[in-house]
Design a protein around this ligand. Structure first.
Ligand SMILES: NC(=O)c1ccc[n+]([C@@H]2O[C@H](COP(=O)([O-])OP(=O)(O)OC[C@H]3O[C@@H](n4cnc5c(N)ncnc54)[C@H](OP(=O)(O)O)[C@@H]3O)[C@@H](O)[C@H]2O)c1
Length: 366
């Protein structure tokens, strides 16, 4: 846990400047951590920060406009996060477009290797990567091979959480068993410390949980799109299922791909496909954005901080995507405080009043 970062304006700060009358030597400013060690979240054998960071944008030109010139700042972003106690980083073997496929894992590997802070913090890092259910991955052995590929790119000996990126139950049910057995095999070989899933809906989640349990492999996490823009019945049912099975819910796209930051309007849209999507959704988001702004103003927080804090208050571990040091600094400020129950209700009411919602991931199962 970092007590020393000078860049995060969100940590509480005690300092004693030298006064005219009292000649004590100045005490170096002391910063409190954003969360205490006992506030880390247990996930199977792992202990992770109440928020992780997502790295989908690292290497993705098509949707996120990645360029290699961003790497220096991405590394600073990573260092800042780790120094402030963030130890969960989400990635995937399919992240990175075209020739940059695998770039996100490669960058994380490089940043872990080159981290110059305390070794303890470096050792504590939990990488959660995801294995794509490509149609040619038809046997457990192919998933083990995929896992070894990720380990090489990440330059580590063991992955924190090995996750299935999506289920094939909706369109290629026979492949599903290879996915499940692939997880078992990588766990038994010690290539991953824990296993998780992504985009599994409530009933498929129960099935894989029971299957893995019978094979002696605990399911530690389930990640789904979950935010104030994505809190429909199915997502709430997944939360209940996770709670009853003792599986941690990791909420991805907690900022609605950027729409819940408040910085985009129909006249200031991001470039590319996100712009097309936002043009459809943003006009219907006024009630929610107004509530987010109101609460942010009252609490002296920012809109993204409130949106991320909502995910934490719902018992999930959000993994907002970050591209810059400024975004990481701001999102770190989502930690160390909690929305009140009235504020949660206000936001959820406003979300329901907003006629447009996020498009659900087409890979999410029932
Ligand atoms: N399992 C899956 O299928 C799946 C699917 C999607 C995502 N994920 C994971 O979840 C992570 C997060 O989701 P996401 O990246 O899709 O979306 P998100 O977290 O909802 O939004 C992230 C984007 O919002 C903008 N942003 C972030 N913090 C900001 C701030 N403080 N102020 C202003 N803008 C800010 C940045 O983009 P701009 O600056 O370009 O606006 C950033 O890339 C991903 O990185 C990935 O690891 C998993």
């Amino acid at each position: 846990m970092a007590f020393t970062s000078s860049t995060t304006p969100f940590s509480c700060c005690f300092s004693s400047g030298a006064s005219k009358d009292i000649s004590f030597p100045p005490i170096k400013s002391l910063k409190l951590p954003l969360f205490w060690p006992w506030q880390k979240v247990k996930m199977g054998p792992l202990s992770v920060s109440p928020m992780g960071f997502g790295t989908w944008a690292w290497g993705n030109q098509f949707l996120w406009g990645y360029q290699e010139s961003m790497d220096t700042e991405l590394q600073q972003t990573f260092n800042l996060a780790v120094e402030n106690g963030i130890n969960l980083f989400d990635t995937a073997d399919s992240y990175g477009t075209g020739r940059l496929n695998g770039k996100s894992e490669k960058l994380l590997g490089k940043f872990i290797q080159e981290f110059e802070g305390q070794k303890r913090l470096q050792d504590d890092i939990v990488i959660a990567t995801k294995f794509a259910a490509y149609p040619w991955r038809l046997t457990p052995g192919q998933f083990v091979k995929a896992c070894r590929g990720s380990l090489d790119r990440l330059q580590i000996n063991q992955i924190g959480i090995g996750q299935l990126h999506w289920s094939t139950a909706n369109y290629a049910p026979p492949q599903e068993l290879a996915l499940w057995d692939g997880l078992v095999a990588m766990y038994e070989k010690g290539l991953v410390r824990a296993v998780g899933v992504s985009n599994y809906g409530p009933s498929q989640l129960v099935k894989i949980h029971d299957y893995l349990k019978a094979r002696g492999v605990p399911l530690c996490s389930a990640q789904v799109q979950f935010s104030l823009l994505s809190m429909g019945e199915s997502q709430l049912e997944i939360t209940d299922v996770c709670n009853s099975l003792g599986v941690r819910l990791i909420s991805y796209s907690p900022l609605g791909l950027g729409m819940l930051t408040g910085k985009y309007t129909t006249s200031t849209l991001p470039r590319g496909p996100r712009g097309l999507l936002f043009r459809q959704i943003l006009p219907g988001l006024e009630p929610l954005l107004t509530s987010l702004r109101e609460i942010a103003h009252r609490r002296r927080k920012t809109v993204p901080q409130v949106a991320i804090n909502w995910c934490i208050c719902k018992g999930t571990i959000p993994i907002p995507g970050i591209k810059t040091v400024k975004q990481a600094e701001e999102n770190l400020g989502a930690l160390g405080w909690r929305l009140s129950s009235d504020e949660l209700l206000q936001l959820e009411y406003a979300s329901r009043e907003s006629p447009q919602k996020m498009i659900q991931n087409i890979f999410q199962t029932g």
